[in-house]
Design a protein. Structure first.
Length: 419
């Protein structure tokens, strides 16, 4: 299936399923597993089975999408509310399984105020036969996309605070060696205090070049509207600047209260970018000559669209410093695009920026992402997911993990799947 058609299909499905929030949650039964004596509550949510440990009392649905259903629940063992995501298609295809494994690892390794916290993963009763994954996360009330679409006030102070938190969180994520690759308003969770947390790392990657063959970083990168021009043009050599482009698009969407570049397909997406920014310089165009979309530049040059409509599009925005920062984020050349560090120091964020409170992380270990080097079957990846789950439940598993990590590159994956 064409990538654009597949993407549109998934987006449409998400929109349709988002509208199902009014369906009733039904507690079907309580039961006990006769083997391990664990007690469960069996619910129906959106007409889908939701089987969680007895300590979780499901209160309300929080949405559903192409890959799972999310509910809000009370955790009676800790007297807190949590969000529980049922990942339903994890073992349908090798690519889905790898994305799930990748996201679970990344969320375990990241620990930051502006990144959603994965509290635990429910342990399956059977290590080989489980088909769903229940990830328990901290609860947030809404997402930035819903706020932008709503009629509620979104002042310049709100925008500053949201943007600052995205940048603060992504400074940490990038310092860990992680590219998010799918930043968009829906993947930024917000609560009533305007605290913001980055979520959905299913398309993220550890930026460890030795783990990937040439061209292996291109599988499916970012929702089209937030996709950097170099990705649209087929670049296989990209870095954290692709996330900065996405942040710029989100920033603009907050200022305009509508998507900045809602392209219908990849070609139209590039046309919208040129329409906004004008044509790039000849050097940038030359770097991508011969590509499928490079003809867009030539046709728009013939149409006399050398200059963009940026000033006209943002004529209603009175905050000059906001537009100054936005222009630095939305640059064709990724080398000239504003970095996270420079964005945080920009005058637009002067009242919020405080370097000692903008922590970084240690780079992630190649050991945790060694699986990326192998063409593992679904069952092999499921085994790795189960081992990942055990880290939340077993001190023995934690000690084994640390021992293998310390032996890398002679760790467990090399023993199992290495040549």
């Amino acid at each position: 299936m064409d990538k654009d058609k597949e993407e549109t299909k998934e987006e449409t499905k998400e929109e349709q399923e988002e509208g199902e929030d009014d369906e009733e949650i039904v507690l079907v039964k309580n039961f006990e597993n006769p083997i391990n004596k664990v007690k469960y509550n069996h619910y129906m949510v959106y007409g889908t089975e939701f089987i969680v440990e007895e300590k979780y009392i499901v209160k309300e649905p929080a949405g559903s999408g192409a890959y799972g259903t999310v509910v809000i629940a009370d955790d009676n063992s800790k007297d807190i509310q949590v969000a529980i995501k049922k990942i339903e298609r994890a073992f349908e295809h090798k690519l889905f399984t790898k994305r799930t494994l990748r996201e679970l690892k990344i969320l375990r390794l990241l620990n930051h105020e502006n990144v959603v916290k994965l509290i635990t993963i429910q342990k399956p009763d059977d290590a080989k036969k489980f088909e769903e994954i229940y990830a328990v996360m901290e609860v947030m009330e809404t997402d930035l996309g819903s706020i932008i679409k709503s009629s509620q006030d979104l002042s310049i102070q709100h925008i500053q605070f949201f943007l600052y938190q995205v940048l603060r969180g992504m400074k940490y994520v990038h310092s860990a060696g992680i590219l998010h690759r799918d930043l968009k308003p829906r993947n930024l969770l917000v609560n009533s205090n305007c605290d913001l947390k980055i979520c959905d790392f299913g398309l993220a990657r550890a930026d460890i070049p030795e783990l990937y063959e040439a061209g292996a970083m291109t599988d499916y990168i970012s929702t089209r509207w937030y996709r950097a021009p170099e990705l649209l043009l087929g670049s296989e050599d990209y870095n954290e600047s692709v996330d900065m482009w996405s942040i710029g698009c989100i920033f603009a969407e907050m200022l305009l209260r509508k998507p900045l570049l809602p392209g219908q397909d990849s070609e139209n997406q590039l046309e919208l970018i040129v329409g906004l920014m004008g044509l790039p310089d000849k050097k940038f165009i030359a770097n991508y000559s011969g590509g499928r979309l490079s003809e867009v530049f030539k046709s728009m040059s013939l149409e006399g669209k050398d200059k963009g409509e940026f000033s006209n599009v943002f004529k209603g925005v009175e905050e000059r410093e906001a537009l100054s920062l936005l222009k630095k984020m939305l640059r064709y050349d990724p080398k000239k695009r504003c970095t996270i560090e420079k964005a945080l120091k920009h005058p637009f964020l002067a009242d919020l920026h405080y370097a000692p409170d903008e922590p970084t992380a240690n780079p992630v270990s190649p050991f945790d992402f060694d699986f990326e080097k192998y063409d593992l079957s679904i069952e092999e990846q499921k085994e790795l997911i189960y081992e990942e789950i055990l880290l939340y439940h077993s001190s023995k598993a934690q000690k084994k993990y640390i021992a293998n990590r310390n032996k890398y590159p002679e760790g467990i994956l090399h023993l199992k799947y290495g040549s």
